[in-house]
Write a new protein. Sequence first.
Length: 172
Amino acid sequence: MRRERRLSFQKKKKRWPKVLAAVLIGLVVAGGLCVVFFPQLNNTVRNATGNDTAADTVVKNELVKQIEARKTGDATVDAKLDAAATTLKNTKMSRIVAAAGDQAQMTSLLKTTTGASTNQATAAANLLFANDALQPVREAVAAGDWVKAYQAYKSLNGTEAFTEFKADLGQY
């Protein structure tokens, strides 16, 4: 009887490496799928709940940090930067994503969040959508792919087209 118990225990013991290997392989595959399909999963959760996801919150917080890092000490400039950061925090990411893909929604977003006139918002939206250099960033934001949007922005930042765009946008 002891021998039978010992044999059955040894058989179970031999299965554990296989079970552990299967679990580890399953976790690696699941992690890989999450990385590949993360933007789609994030968008699905955002659309289903209507709220910002954890990834959206992280992106917003990083953008707010970047905005606040530009403070100069000038009360007027800092107040505008604080207003921009607050507006970003209070705007749902689903609205930003939708606006990145549709010029009419971009105009509406600019009017309601910045207090710009209809003419100013329309002109700024036209400028955003007419600039070919910004297209990769807009498309990535419209797809909810934050990594791709960041990469597109990094490749754009500092270029002559981006400098011209900022100067043109400063008119509005």
